[in-house]
Design a binder for this molecule. Structure first.
Ligand code: HEM
Length: 421
């Protein structure tokens, strides 16, 4: 942030052996992510993820990536969204009912963990039509270890990754739990084939145009793991940060509750209600601005290019950091302030598209963008209808840039019941 403010649109960086530019001019960002996207691959900083996850939709390139994207895309088609939304609404409702017990005491709960469980349930039910069976109880712990390990090794340049330390052994054990859970999801479906047109069916029934062959089991595993990873964590964080921001801004919290109560009048929200809940949506947009779960990404140039008048030699990196773009004073009035209404159409008209990128842009834009926004809006509306969340007094909240932007010390909050559930 300070480099961008001090030095301007293009800032030279060296990270270990790698060189590149932090770019913050929306025209340059557009050039890299969209107009000249063919000249870029995801950068070697993703190698860790690639080693761990394998070559799938999130990590692959070129023809192979395009094939996987085309296979998965119909699962997110807008015609399917209404059906998916009813699964999301039902999961949110289940969580609201479960919170009745928690809300009767004044013991705090970690909202970060609560949201993670809920968004995982949504991905499992809506996209994979599955549950985790015997792995359900172990997955929370495994997930936390995996996330921390990959996030930390991302910063450590991998120097200690392969040492057989106890940390590394813990990571391998957690990985085995996740692998087991993914295998369980796939074999469950193979045993009980379903005629639903969900993502898992699409992955299972896809055939190579030339060879007619199905995806290998290994590839299937990679894609299911990718969707579990990409689908739960980011959306869960969007919600966790929304709850945090609301708890710090009673005026916004009141506005949100008034909107929800006025529109829904006590009944649970459905997909058709979402267009009548614009403030709820703006709260999410603003949380994604201040705390973008995908806080930064990078690309590597395949051939020399030029950015903002500077030569970017082949092999150098371009860093696109939504956390920074979302706080540039040139485009955002009082960038540090929580102001959901900055997303009103009349206040957004002048803002360039490429300074707000919570979901990326161009061909590699998030495939789950609509899915995530609808899910977050439904969950926020359902839970805020029945409850108000209060951050534990004096708890230290600090954004922690791992793969995603997490609250370093969790988000312990007391859940107060406020409406009928
Ligand atoms: C608030 C929630 C979410 C945020 C902030 C988010 C953010 C992002 C971003 C920034 C990218 C692009 C990364 C890059 O260009 O390097 C991305 C890609 C991706 N996201 Fe999301 N995402 C969210 C939810 C989801 C959901 C719900 C799913 C699936 C159910 C999902 C699946 C994916 C996949 C598979 C990719 C790779 C797409 C490709 O390269 O073709 N994401 N996401």
């Amino acid at each position: 942030m300070s480099a961008a403010l001090l030095f301007g649109d293009v800032v030279y960086f060296r990270i270990g052996p790698r060189r590149g530019y932090l770019i913050t001019n929306p025209a340059d960002v557009r050039h890299v992510l969209q107009d000249n996207a063919r000249n870029y691959h995801k950068s070697p900083l993703y190698d860790k993820l690639r080693v761990w996850l394998g070559n799938g939709l999130l990590t692959s390139e070129d023809e192979f990536w395009l094939r996987q994207r085309r296979i998965a895309q119909p699962a997110f088609h807008h015609q399917r969204i209404a059906a998916l939304a009813s699964v999301m609404a039902a999961a949110a409702r289940d969580a609201a009912v479960q919170w009745r017990t928690i809300a009767s005491g004044d013991q705090p709960v970690d909202v970060d963990q609560e949201m993670m469980r809920l968004t995982r349930t949504v991905v499992l039910r809506a996209l994979l039509g599955a549950d985790l069976g015997p792995f359900a109880a172990k997955i929370d712990h495994a997930w936390a270890i995996i996330n921390q390990h990959i996030g930390e090794s991302f910063w450590s340049l991998g120097l200690t990754d392969r040492l057989p330390t106890s940390k590394h052994r813990r990571f391998q054990a957690a990985r085995a739990v996740l692998q087991g859970a993914v295998d369980h999801v796939i074999s469950q479906r193979r045993r009980n084939p379903s005629d639903s047109a969900d993502l898992l069916s699409m992955l299972l029934s896809a055939r190579d145009e030339e060879t007619g062959e199905a995806m290998t089991d290994e590839q299937l595993r990679v894609e299911v793991t990718t969707f579990l990873l990409a689908g739960q964590e980011t959306t869960s964080l969007a919600l966790t940060w929304s709850w945090y921001l609301l708890s710090q801004h009673p005026g916004a919290q009141r506005r949100l509750e008034e909107e929800i109560d006025g529109v829904l009048n006590g009944r649970p929200p459905e997909y058709a209600d979402l267009m009548n809940l614009p403030y709820t949506r703006m709260v999410i947009d603003e949380a994604l601005r201040l705390y973008p779960p995908a806080w930064g990404f990078s690309r590597q140039a395949l051939a020399d290019d030029e950015l903002g008048g500077f030569r970017l030699p082949r092999g150098w990196l371009a860093f696109v950091i939504p956390y920074v773009l979302h706080r540039l004073p040139a485009f955002w009035e009082h960038p540090e302030a929580f102001d959901p209404e900055r997303f009103l159409p009349e206040r957004s008209a002048e803002r360039p598209k490429f300074v707000y990128l919570p979901f990326g842009a161009g061909p590699r834009q998030c495939i789950g963008k609509q899915f995530a926004l609808i899910e977050a809006q439904l969950i926020l509306a359902t839970l805020a209808q029945g409850y108000r969340l209060h951050l534990v007094p004096r708890h230290r909240v600090e954004p922690w840039p791992l793969i995603s932007l997490r609250p370093r010390f969790g988000m312990p909050m007391v859940i107060e019941r406020r409406g009928a559930i």
